[in-house]
Design a protein around this ligand. Structure first.
Ligand code: PAF
Length: 284
């Protein structure tokens, strides 16, 4: 396994591999790898000849009051895990390698970046789209693997790829959960033991909304029942949103529509000082 820190170097290695007919899979990450990332790596290994993972805590997608400085990092552990899982190349650039001092260009997917998490994290998706497009340009993967846990990120990146005619196939991968339902996230390490025990309330609330909608109850009543469950949990400090939306364009769904049977239930809450997000796409 190679660890490459320079854009030019990885670009020329990958160009040669592609010339030799190899299919390249990219798993973009911010490191601190967990089973969710491992499942993306495994998928890439099944579908591609070469698996590249990027490990880069992208400063541009964090707001000034967010957790960029304390975001968990452990490159040695990541390196060992990646080697064990058969990753071929780790791209591990410094921020200065990715963003020159005079960097001025950013990518925005309008409208979709303003709702849900985007409403509470202004500029976040502009940062995500910019770094992911840069990774696509540097590495030219055939396929890129993203988890459905960050559903809004996935929907926005798919739109960017389609709108900007980017020659990469975005592969959506199932959310990996702890046995109690909590979606895996690098940020789960922030949870105190008592918070961790209760953190699956988010997934339980999403499941309540799903059941209510499937029983034929209105979207508003279903959402209210789920929100009440969250409000009744003493560890939930704030609900940023609990939304029912169209999984493609992220527009609010007011009533189930048989022409569009898929519905996204998504939420973000503050559990003490930790922001948790989760979602489920259901079919009605
Ligand atoms: O999902 C993440 O870890 C990040 O947002 C990504 C896609 C690696 C971009 O920095």
């Amino acid at each position: 396994m190679q660890v490459i820190k320079r854009k030019k170097e990885i670009n020329s290695i990958v160009k040669k591999l592609r010339k030799d007919g190899k299919k390249i899979g990219l798993v973009p990450t911010m490191g601190f790898l967990h089973e969710g990332h491992i499942s993306l790596i495994e998928k890439s290994k099944k579908q591609c000849d070469i698996t590249v993972i990027s490990i880069f805590v992208n400063p541009v997608q964090f707001g000034p009051d967010e957790d960029f400085a304390r975001y968990p990092r452990d490159f040695e552990r990541d390196r060992m895990l990646a080697a064990e899982k058969g990753v071929d190349i780790i791209f591990y650039p410094e921020p200065s390698e990715m963003y020159a001092e005079n960097h001025l260009s950013y990518v925005k997917v309008e409208k979709m970046e303003k709702v849900m998490c985007g409403k509470f994290r202004p500029g976040h998706f502009r940062g995500v789209c910019t770094v992911v497009l840069k990774l696509f340009n540097i590495i030219s993967p055939d396929k890129a693997f993203f988890g459905m846990k960050d559903f809004q990120q996935l929907a926005i990146l798919k739109k960017m790829v389609s709108d900007l005619d980017i020659d990469v196939q975005v592969v959506e991968c199932e959310t990996i959960r702890e046995p109690d339902g909590l979606a895996l996230s690098s940020r789960n390490v922030y949870l105190k033991p008592e918070e961790r025990k209760n953190a699956n309330v988010l997934y339980r609330a999403i499941n309540i909304a799903e059941n209510e909608i499937k029983k034929g109850n209105s979207i508003t009543a279903s959402k209210n029942k789920a929100v009440k469950m969250l409000k009744d949990c003493a560890f939930v400090k704030k609900i940023d949103y609990f939304d029912i939306r169209d999984p493609e364009d992220l527009k609010t769904v007011k009533k189930p529509d048989s022409k569009k049977p898929k519905i996204l239930i998504a939420s973000a809450i503050w559990f003490g000082k930790t922001r948790l997000i989760d979602n489920k796409v259901i079919e009605v």
